[in-house]
Design a protein around this ligand. Structure first.
Ligand SMILES: NC(=O)c1ccc[n+]([C@@H]2O[C@H](COP(=O)([O-])OP(=O)(O)OC[C@H]3O[C@@H](n4cnc5c(N)ncnc54)[C@H](OP(=O)(O)O)[C@@H]3O)[C@@H](O)[C@H]2O)c1
Length: 275
């Protein structure tokens, strides 16, 4: 695995996401434990292959994804994994946010969250209160780093103006087909030593990406898969790390092979033209 140090934090270029792990097929974020062992095995494999950044949230499967992560990291020295979790926008009032962090820690069975994010902004103007509560979590030793998700550059700057601790990441959607962050947010993160964490880096497995002919040609040239090229393209950019969700050991192994090699200028040009 390839590692990046941004904002003083060393992270694998590719980690693992957990949205939809332990979620019933029908029903909004309704938990379903029937495939837990498969997800636990996938996360364990990711850790084994050096992809020890695990992304989860209180929202995912109504907390059950965090319980799956707890099972996967059981017995592994705490410092050998880096856990990111997120608080829902409905919990941004101080006491709700502190309670949400406590609940996440209980489900994760950890005494420290490595990175705690506001999942997305709410419309109640509670960002100052939320950022002050995030600072409290750092001061009390419950959270190591703070961050945000789905924030615009202006929202990121505003949030930072309320926080003593540095916002180390903005986690946003970024893949070859969704390039919205490139205009303003990515350059801002690159200039300010902030991690841009790319979510949905495989466009949620969309076949318009993974079966794209140009991507397939680039993949064939490097004897890689389209998913590996799509991830490599992302993490080849300064300050970008990715958190593909993979629920099988096979997909995890494939994603691990996305880092540690380089696309050339010709590939980059072809991909630029196509997407
Ligand atoms: N902050 C936010 O608002 C936000 C929003 C969305 C996502 N996220 C985070 O980002 C993570 C990743 O995003 P995502 O889950 O939306 O989408 P994604 O990672 O782009 O795509 C996941 C899909 O790709 C498939 N896949 C994984 N590896 C593959 C491979 N090598 N070849 C082919 N298909 C592959 C997965 O299948 P299998 O499951 O069968 O392996 C799954 O169907 C989430 O799990 C979550 O942790 C955050």
């Amino acid at each position: 695995m390839e590692y990046k140090t941004i904002s003083g934090i060393k992270l694998p270029a590719i980690g693992i996401g957990t949205w939809n792990m332990g979620r019933a097929r029908l029903g909004h974020e309704k938990p379903d434990c029937s495939n837990d062992e498969k997800f636990v095995a996938a996360i364990k494999e990711a850790i084994k292959l050096g992809m020890w950044h695990i992304d989860t949230a209180e929202m995912y499967s109504s907390g059950h994804a965090e319980q799956i992560v707890a099972k996967a990291i059981k017995g592994i020295p705490r410092e050998q994994v880096f856990i990111t979790t997120k608080v829902l926008p409905s919990n941004l009032k101080r006491e709700y946010l502190l309670a949400a962090a406590r609940s996440s820690m209980q489900r994760l069975q950890v005494s420290l969250v490595d990175l705690f994010l506001i999942h997305w902004v709410n419309s109640n103007g509670q960002i100052q209160e939320a950022m002050e509560a995030m600072d409290e979590l750092v001061e009390s030793g419950k959270v190591k780093h703070i961050g945000v998700s789905n924030f615009s550059t202006a929202q990121l700057k505003l949030a930072q103006s309320y926080a003593e601790n540095k916002i180390v990441t903005n986690q946003v959607e970024y893949n070859l087909m969704e390039r919205g962050c490139e205009k303003e947010l990515l350059p801002y993160c690159q200039d300010n030593d902030i991690i841009l964490t790319a979510y949905s880096p495989l466009a949620q497995g969309n076949s318009r990406l993974l079966k794209n002919k140009v991507l397939a040609a680039v993949a064939a040239k490097h004897r890689k898969t389209t998913a590996q090229v799509a991830l490599n393209w992302l993490v080849s950019q300064k300050n970008v790390i990715a958190i593909p969700k993979a629920s099988s050991v096979e997909h995890v192994m494939e994603n691990a092979g996305a880092a540690g090699w380089s696309l050339d200028a010709e590939d980059m040009e072809l991909l630029e033209k196509e997407f």
